[in-house]
Design a protein around this ligand. Structure first.
Ligand code: C5P
Length: 309
């Protein structure tokens, strides 16, 4: 049981990374409506931060600043608030804990980069430290899985294989650092809508399997092999919903990207570059085309949610 008085007045700051799905294989929907996945996640160096500070018992509030802040809900549907409440109710006894959460966003909202999941993971960790809870990594992972399919990976980071609905994660053997360019869309895509359109396009989707060529490419550390093995079953659905993304992907390849794909359910386009310099050059060229709202360079893999103060 946690103490009801603040052990420290200082907030606890945690940052958590965005993710790209290097492969995203999707099956037909399960009885609960979720889709079985075989995916390979990579965490990349684009981070949201959550600072948790002490509040009255059962008081949960969120303040949001940065990238897309206006689109982030402030009510109990906010994933950081849900994470704090879930942890409080699991460990704090009856309504004895509360938190103020300050989210600083760099990851675009509804971008296919698991920004909301990063906020959920960061809030779980920040509140566990703030409240001085005796919670195992395993328990934190289980709570993360209850919050959302991508939340356990945001805790873990690195490069990992995801199964189940994405919430079961295991580190993958991977060599090297990869240089990515991320092109953010002008408007977001709803994950649920993209999955629904996937179902229309793939009425007989089979059991998803991790592609062997991708795992071999990761073991080699060769970005060219990785580029050739990138795949995303949701890409045709995302491209149907936002056809101009085809032009973005094509333009990145024309400017020398080794590979290009939609990240998760989109609309962010991820380009794999040969080197850091190639990534910078590609990002400048893509920005100049004005096809996307913003372009960022990022490296992967990076660690999952970590305390930073
Ligand atoms: O798990 P999460 O809340 O992040 O999922 C958001 C939505 O994406 C779900 O409500 C569902 O519509 C869809 N989804 C799915 N299959 C998955 C993961 C997500 O259908 N494996």
């Amino acid at each position: 049981m946690a103490s009801a008085t603040p052990p420290t007045l200082a907030g606890v700051r945690v940052r958590a990374p965005a993710k790209i799905n290097l492969a995203l294989k999707v099956g037909a929907p399960r009885a609960d409506g979720y889709h079985p996945l075989a995916t390979v996640y990579q965490a990349v160096s684009l981070y949201d931060e959550v600072e948790a500070s002490w509040a009255e018992a059962d008081e949960f509030q969120v303040t949001v600043s940065g990238e897309g802040a206006d689109e982030v809900p402030r009510d109990d549907s906010n994933l950081a608030i849900r994470a704090a409440r879930l942890l409080a109710h699991s460990y704090g006894g009856r309504n004895s804990l509360g938190a103020h959460l300050l989210i600083k966003k760099s990851i675009p909202v509804a971008g296919g980069l698991a920004g909301g999941s990063a906020n959920g993971a960061a809030a779980l960790l920040a509140c566990a430290v703030l409240w001085d809870l005796d919670v195992s990594q395993e328990r934190l992972n289980t709570l993360a899985g209850e919050l959302g399919s991508d939340v356990p990976f945001a805790l873990l980071g690195g490069t990992a294989v995801g199964s189940g609905r994405g919430e079961q994660v295991a580190p993958a053997l991977a060599r090297g650092t990869y240089h990515w360019v991320l092109a953010f869309g002008y408007s977001g895509l709803s994950t649920a809508t993209v999955y629904r359109h996937f179902d229309q396009l793939n009425p007989g989707a089979g059991q998803p399997k991790i592609p062997a060529d991708l795992m071999n490419a990761l073991r080699s550390g060769d970005p060219r092999l990785l580029a050739a093995a990138l795949s995303n079953d949701l890409q045709p659905a995302a491209l149907d919903l936002q056809p101009r993304l085809r032009t973005v992907l094509q333009t990145g390849l024309e400017y020398g990207a080794l590979g290009a794909l939609i990240s998760g359910s989109g609309p962010t386009c991820a380009f794999l570059a040969e080197s850091e310099l190639a990534a910078v050059n590609l990002s400048v060229s893509l920005s100049a085309e004005g096809l996307c709202r913003a372009v960022r360079c990022a490296t992967g893999p990076v660690t999952g949610a970590r305390v930073i103060n």
